[in-house]
Design a protein around this ligand. Structure first.
Ligand SMILES: Nc1nc2c(ncn2[C@@H]2O[C@H](COP(=O)(O)OP(=O)(O)OP(=O)(O)O)[C@@H](O)[C@H]2O)c(=O)[nH]1
Length: 600
């Protein structure tokens, strides 16, 4: 297909989580017929297990959709799918930078939510043409007029002419292609004629190495070219370029305005940075596309294999995972209680959970995680400033002169009847109310400043529950503020278990210590002696529980000489032990470590 630049449209679909982006993308792909019905199902099966189970998009997928208009003109519509969760908003902005337009999806039963607005602002900053689409009109509870109104008032877009679709039944979806072609402008290219492309994503293929996904802003690229990654100055020879049509479709060359992939024998995904600019080594462009930023982890936690002999496997699994997830960072760590492990940095709690689940599921390693922490800025009495995210590195309190913690600016959108509840929850999580305003007669936008550590720790779940799921939330990092931090330790049978220590605000320490001790008591099985469990700040015990003594002899039942039965029982017990950690003289199950991560 010989497609001219004016026959190309590059667009994204943006929406609040669960408003139906992925379903709509699938429907659009299906309409073009680039995959057969059978492959369509297979493709769905191919996507990451966790994405399907949780119904969220983690990695963005790009696809070039061929479309023939009524007048016979052929178009190539490049759809760049974006993740919907706040943890992954950096990927959204990179994807948007590769587009001229965006469909903004609003669920007809939920209306405009916090991330609808946040994503809209991102798209507006980049001057994209925005087409509002009302989805889920098949549902009996759909309130199309109400949503039209919100699109006008909250988003400042044309609500009256918003397209109305059901991504589920397919109703109205066929209007989208003509609307995209008519409203979204074709890509413009710089007229420098020097190759310039923006990397908006990458993935790893075990046969071909890293696959770079990019949008070309100027020039052409073909097999054999030597490209230069501007950020880290590395050069590679191009082996293949092409388009995505679920499968990779190799092309002779790609040119300005197009979205596609390249393969260049790149062995490590971390050489390829999302947001970096690619140019030609012999004729580099003058300036990068711009706006490059390294994704910065905000939550840190240590991971230890439950069975110490799984350490090698964990190392290998992390290396492999990193190939597909460049935002994951990790370094060696060790704990007196748990042995060798890794300290990892994540974009947010959801990212942490996804990594943990993938390690356990895809690599079959059971893990113990330490309580997630943010980075604190600690000034010691000798004037040194240290950034600390691991309780192990917390200095002697006598040497601390000042501690600051990261804050966020949160935007919460709720029906006004929940305003009181939201205020209360924010207060509970040490938040300060900044402003609030009515968006419509009964929906409010509330702004707060909250400590990031609190948001990491269950804030979102609480917000959802007190607003019965109607509250939506978005945030940005907003600098450091002074705080009163303490290190809370746990002692089991008199021995401090370093992997259980947490950094916490003084006002919250006692309550947290009590719940954690209680949970540990429930999770630690009785042993032949009494086990005290204590929570302590410095030398001061602030909570205490006891596991009473009990003698467990699994083979006691097997009187007589049935040796095989005895052996079976012992085997079973051994398996159970694989999930236990010996700390001093006490056996602690994996579940005990995990139970203290949450307060309820
Ligand atoms: N009834 C109905 N359900 C829909 C429609 N579109 C999507 N859904 C359902 O809404 C849920 C969320 O849809 P997704 O497509 O996964 O939403 P998403 O916006 O892609 O979510 P993320 O990828 O997590 O951002 C799924 O259970 C879909 O089956 C629709 O038009 N009608």
């Amino acid at each position: 297909m010989n497609i001219l630049q004016k026959q190309i449209r590059n667009f994204s679909i943006i929406a609040h989580i669960d408003h139906g982006k992925s379903t709509l993308s699938d429907r659009l792909i299906q309409l073009t017929g680039i995959v057969s019905e059978r492959d369509m199902k297979e493709q769905m099966l191919d996507t990451m297990d966790i994405e399907r189970e949780r119904g969220i998009t983690i990695k963005s997928q790009t696809v070039s959709l061929p479309y023939t208009a009524e007048d016979g003109t052929e178009y190539l519509l490049n759809l760049i799918d974006t993740p919907g969760h706040v943890d992954f908003s950096y990927e959204v902005s990179r994807a948007l930078k590769s587009c001229e337009g965006a469909l903004i999806i609003v669920d007809a039963t939920q209306g405009v939510e916090a991330q609808t607005l946040a994503n809209l602002y991102l798209a507006m900053e980049l001057n994209l043409t925005i087409l509002p689409v009302i989805n889920k009109i098949d549902l009996p509870s759909a309130e199309v007029e109400w949503v039209k109104n919100q699109i006008e008032e909250d988003l400042g877009l044309d609500g009256e002419n918003a397209l109305q679709v059901s991504a589920k039944t397919g109703q109205g979806v066929d209007q989208l292609f003509p609307a995209i072609v008519a409203a979204i402008p074709p890509p413009t290219v710089d007229k420098d004629n020097r190759f310039k492309a923006l990397i908006f994503d990458s993935n790893y293929d075990s046969f071909r190495g890293t696959i770079v996904h990019f949008r070309i802003f100027d020039g052409t690229i073909k097999k054999g070219d030597t490209i230069l990654f501007m950020q880290n100055d590395s050069q590679y020879k191009v082996e293949e370029v092409g388009l995505f049509q679920i499968k990779r479709i190799p092309q002779k060359s790609l040119y300005g305005g197009q979205v596609g992939y390249l393969i260049a024998g790149i062995k490590n995904i971390s050489d390829v940075k999302i947001g970096d600019t690619i140019t030609m080594a012999d004729r580099p462009c003058a300036k990068p596309v711009g706006g490059f930023r390294e994704p910065t982890p905000v939550v840190f936690s240590s991971m230890y294999p439950v069975a110490s002999d799984d350490y090698e496997e964990l190392t290998e699994a992390l290396e492999r995972l990193k190939l597909n997830d460049a935002s994951l960072i990790y370094e060696k760590d060790s704990s007196a209680a748990l042995g060798f492990g890794y300290r990892c940095g994540f974009l947010g709690l959801l990212h942490l959970e996804v990594v943990q689940e993938r390690l356990e599921r895809e690599y079959d390693i059971s893990l113990i995680l330490t309580s997630p922490s943010v980075q604190y800025e600690i000034t010691t009495t000798d004037g040194q400033v240290n950034i600390i995210d691991n309780p192990v590195n917390y200095p002697d309190p006598a040497e601390i002169s000042k501690i600051r913690e990261p804050f966020i600016k949160a935007t919460i959108i709720v029906p006004d009847r929940y305003m009181g509840n939201v205020m209360q929850v924010c207060h509970e999580f040490r938040g300060v109310s900044k402003t609030y305003q009515y968006l419509t007669s009964n929906r409010m936008e509330m702004k707060f400043e909250l400590p990031l550590a609190e948001v990491v720790y269950e804030f979102y779940d609480r917000l959802k529950s007190v607003t019965q799921g109607y509250g939506s939330f978005d945030y940005e990092i907003a600098g450091y503020q002074e705080t009163d931090l303490v290190k809370l330790d746990f002692l089991i049978n008199g021995e401090r278990v370093d992997a259980l220590s947490i950094l916490i605000h003084r006002d919250k320490a006692e309550a947290r210590a009590r719940t954690a001790c209680k949970k540990l008591r429930e999770e630690i099985p009785r042993q032949q002696f009494k086990i005290p469990i204590q929570g302590a700040i410095g030398g001061k015990i602030i909570a205490r529980e006891t596991v009473s003594a009990f003698r467990k002899d699994v083979t006691a039942k097997c009187y007589g000489g049935d040796i095989s039965r005895k052996r079976k029982l012992l085997e079973k017990q051994k398996k159970g032990k694989k999930r236990m950690k010996m700390v001093g003289s006490v056996e602690i199950p994996q579940s005990a470590f995990l139970s203290v991560l949450k307060s309820e």
